[in-house]
Write a protein that binds this ligand. Structure first.
Ligand code: MLT
Length: 392
């Protein structure tokens, strides 16, 4: 037996596991500390009442012979795919139901989709970005080139004709920087992909936070994107499903002459058993008028948190991006060049946890990410502690 040697090329542990271990060790050594966790982008508000009611109803159905369900349809139940279809249609994007695949989340699909691509492909990944893109390609042994996202380009790298790539990752609104592409900017990426015969893997997990005009919420708002892009999205951030697990991936029929859609169906039907009926019912309730109203209230809380954090940084004179079309605020570490040193300083001096920017790539060194998905009281308290510690 030979092990996959590519794993030796990975960082020793996944970024958020490293943070959790560090914070747990600190908490054990300081049991009195009231630690405020603005690190991992996990939601804190409970599921919306409409979602709970739909899941309860589904539980009842599962307990009755007449309404019990076993294995579900391979791509997900039609009721959920149709509700996603209409969610897109309301934003002017037309999708066929057989282009939508229900899954247990964007992270798994972003990794699993790589089964469909040859190991010889070159991959273009923004730096900094969500570490899953790099890690999954390192595991497979693919060649990776990076697109620098820096303060100079507003953390929104644009295509460079000198760089040839076959698979291009885009995350917008971006995790971790919060920067979001306009439709015009995305059109340039679509043009690059079509010209080079590349595929774009577009992570739209944070689309629900986009509020400014002109910014894209789906890559399919750009003409021709259906010929070169796969889109990944999730119920985690829009509806608090991080623990409940449900997402979806759009694989257009126009992509690679329909080959990719067929291959993804083949892959998923072989390696994935689908999302529980109860969860899919809950997810479908997200896009009902009642669900949308309740979810908008939750998102408003997270937006208020983001505003609080941004106002605090404004007051302290600390440079940052995000916080407007994203639940993440991305700041320059004040007085520190090393993100992990700033992490330790905040944890020890203010008992506030964030995410070191260098965990998202080399260009993240010296930066730090705070999430607005925490509780309202915890965020307000964190702001007070930041003011006290950094305002000196
Ligand atoms: C993050 O903190 O970057 C996210 O929670 C990661 C994820 O959604 O998997």
């Amino acid at each position: 037996m030979k092990l996959n040697g590519n794993y030796k090329n990975l960082e020793e542990s996944y970024l958020f596991s490293t943070i959790a271990h560090k914070v747990n060790a600190y908490a054990q050594a300081h049991p009195q500390a009231n630690i405020l966790r603005l690190g991992i982008g996990d939601v804190t508000l409970p599921l919306a009442p409409a979602v709970i009611a739909a899941m309860q109803q589904a539980v009842t159905e599962m307990g009755k012979k007449e309404t019990f369900r076993g294995y579900g349809p391979e791509q997900g139940y039609a009721f959920l795919r149709e509700s996603i279809q209409s969610y897109y249609a309301r934003r002017g994007v037309s999708l066929a139901a057989d282009e939508i695949f229900i899954s247990d989340g964007a992270k798994s699909d972003l990794g699993n989709i790589l089964d469909l691509f040859d190991v010889e492909n070159t991959v273009l990944i923004p730096d900094p970005v969500y570490p899953v893109y790099v890690d999954t390609n390192v595991m497979a042994g693919r060649r990776i080139v990076f697109a620098d996202a820096t303060a100079e380009n507003g953390f929104l790298p644009m295509p460079d004709e000198g760089v040839k790539a076959d698979i291009v990752y885009i995350c917008s609104p971006n995790n971790p920087t919060g920067a979001a592409y306009s439709r015009g900017q995305l059109a340039a990426w679509v043009e690059y992909a079509r010209k080079n015969g590349a595929v774009i893997l577009y992570d739209a997990a944070y689309e629900c936070f986009v509020c400014e005009e002109g910014l894209a919420r789906s890559i399919y708002e750009v003409e021709g994107a259906e010929e070169c892009a796969v889109e990944f999205c999730s119920f985690s951030k829009i509806a608090g499903f991080t623990g409940t697990r449900c997402g979806y991936t759009v694989v257009p029929n126009a992509l690679a002459g329909g080959a990719l859609n067929k291959m993804w169906l083949r892959r998923q039907t072989t390696k994935f058993n689908g999302v529980p009926y109860i969860v899919q019912r809950g997810a479908a309730a997200v896009f009902t008028p009642e669900g949308e109203k309740q979810i908008a209230e939750n998102l408003a809380v997270y937006r208020r948190n983001a505003k609080r954090l941004s106002d605090c940084l404004d007051g302290l004179g600390i440079r940052y991006t995000g916080g407007k079309n994203s639940p993440y605020v991305w700041l320059r570490c004040p007085g520190f060049d090393d993100s992990w040193k700033f992490f330790d300083f905040l944890l020890e001096e203010a008992n506030v946890v964030g995410t070191p920017g260098c965990g998202f790539g080399k260009n993240g060194q010296g930066y730090f990410r705070l999430t607005a998905l925490g509780g309202e009281d915890a965020t307000a308290e964190a702001v007070e502690r930041l003011k006290k510690l950094l305002g000196k």
